[in-house]
Design a protein around this ligand. Structure first.
Ligand code: ACO
Length: 400
């Protein structure tokens, strides 16, 4: 049952809900999740159908506008996004200020926040046209910025976007091509990339989306809000999990150590957790993980990848799925377990995994930001349960 907290406040109460386990902070029409049944719907459409039949930019349109586009609307949207893929040349100077070994997520937080300094023409949050242009700019420029961060870290020249390629192939082009030679990518690879984008596009009020809404509720500009979402996503309990999965596989080393690490994960005195397992909302299965697993099998077969780390991941999955501790707690591989494996197989470096999540989730963040600003809203201001000292008197320094 839904309790309207306004009645509680009126009667002098407030709710205490650490981690917001059961508190809704907003209404939303964008995404529906039933964690027990493993259902995820975007604007009513099941994620399995979108992953199988849609493409990322169409899913972006759906999330932003509420309906699937007709052919003219789709063409116009794709053309508009293509028009906005370039970033201001001055951003290259900003990029050059980072250390070469900077984590690309640090670069993303900085550069995306800095976009607010370049697009003064669209910062009026009360103007729906401005909100829409900012959304288009963000969706279009994220792959360009992400690939710039990668090229910078490996000392290669930045590749400019190619607007004749689809969104996902253009990203692969900016990541892997060089001015010395441009190749095209296989349809299976492009499709796998696109699926990763679709499966990460939105997930209602997760930690990073809630951060974007919270920042947005102060009237902050959209680029600053998305930068705050990127920062929240970076943590290993959220978007950083896909990178953490690969780090964990490195740590485990080989299959003979799996048992030892499973024991560590079960030990409550040990902070180690099995990365890529468990979810706050999905307590039976993560529907995205199921599609991702299928994509993972397809990609590994297509690429003929033979990587001992991927074999180790498959063995770990099998082991954990049959372990009573994980079964009793309904801990299943989440979307990040498989996305990490696919990204590795495609040749994406581990440090870029969370960046790719951030790129994909940008449309979700900006759709929630737009939804919030499109109707009356309040500044987000959680209460606290104070557990500190009662009032006491200041003591001079020589008396302490
Ligand atoms: N390994 C071992 N034990 C775990 C794990 C794990 N990965 N996840 C949860 N548990 C245990 C907890 O210790 C707890 O045990 P207890 O009941 O004996 O105390 C029980 O399962 C319930 O877990 P909670 O921590 O209460 O679940 P919560 O909803 O707070 O956390 C979370 C969910 C953060 C995702 C957690 O499962 C986790 O840290 N997983 C690993 C990191 C990860 O993969 N994150 C990605 C999430 S998906 C995403 O962001 C796209």
């Amino acid at each position: 049952d839904v309790v309207d907290v306004r009645n509680l406040i009126a009667s002098g109460y407030f709710t205490y809900d650490p981690g917001f386990m059961s508190t809704a902070a907003c209404e939303s029409k964008i995404t529906y999740i039933d964690g027990d049944k493993g259902i995820l719907l975007h604007r009513g459409y099941p994620i399995e159908q979108l992953a199988a039949k849609s493409d990322y930019l169409e899913t972006c349109y759906l999330l932003l506008h509420g309906e699937l586009p007709n052919p003219e609307q789709k063409k116009e949207f794709v053309d508009t996004i293509s028009k906005h893929t370039m970033v201001n040349e001055q951003l290259k100077s900003f990029l050059n200020g980072f250390r070469r070994d900077a984590h690309p997520m640090a670069i993303m937080c900085g550069i995306v926040g800095a976009l607010s300094a370049f697009y003064h023409d669209s910062l009026d949050n009360n103007n729906p046209k401005h909100r829409e242009i900012s959304a288009h700019r963000l969706i279009a420029k994220m792959p360009t910025i992400a690939a710039m961060a990668y090229k910078y870290s490996i000392g290669q020249p930045i590749m400019y976007p190619r607007n004749d390629l689809c969104y996902s192939e253009n990203f692969l082009h900016m990541m892997f091509n060089t001015p010395a030679g441009e190749k095209r990518f296989s349809p299976a690879l492009i499709r796998a990339m696109d699926r990763i984008f679709i499966l990460h596009a939105d997930h209602e009020q997760n930690a990073s989306t809630s951060t974007v809404r919270l920042a947005g509720s102060t009237g902050a500009n959209p680029f600053a809000c998305i930068a705050s979402g990127i920062a929240a996503l970076w943590g290993p309990a959220h978007g950083g999990a896909n990178e953490a999965v690969l780090t964990m596989l490195d740590e485990i080393g080989d299959a003979s150590n799996i048992e030892k690490f499973i024991a560590k994960a079960k030990d409550k005195n040990d902070p180690f957790k099995l990365m890529g397992f468990g979810h706050r909302v999905y307590k039976n299965f993560d529907p995205r993980a199921q599609v991702m697993k299928q994509t993972c099998d397809e990609v590994l077969a297509e690429l003929g990848v033979n990587d001992p780390k991927l074999d180790l991941a498959m063995k770990l999955e099998e082991y954990a799925l049959n372990d009573p501790y994980f079964k009793e707690r309904n801990l299943y591989p989440n979307v990040d377990f498989y996305s990490g494996i696919i990204l590795k197989a495609i040749g994406i470096p581990t440090s870029m995994f969370t960046v790719i999540f951030a790129m994909s989730r940008t449309v979700g963040w900006i759709s929630h930001w737009t939804e919030m600003l499109s109707s009356p809203y309040k500044i987000s201001r959680p209460r606290q349960l104070y557990t500190g000292y009662e009032q006491r008197d200041y003591e001079p320094l020589d008396k302490r």
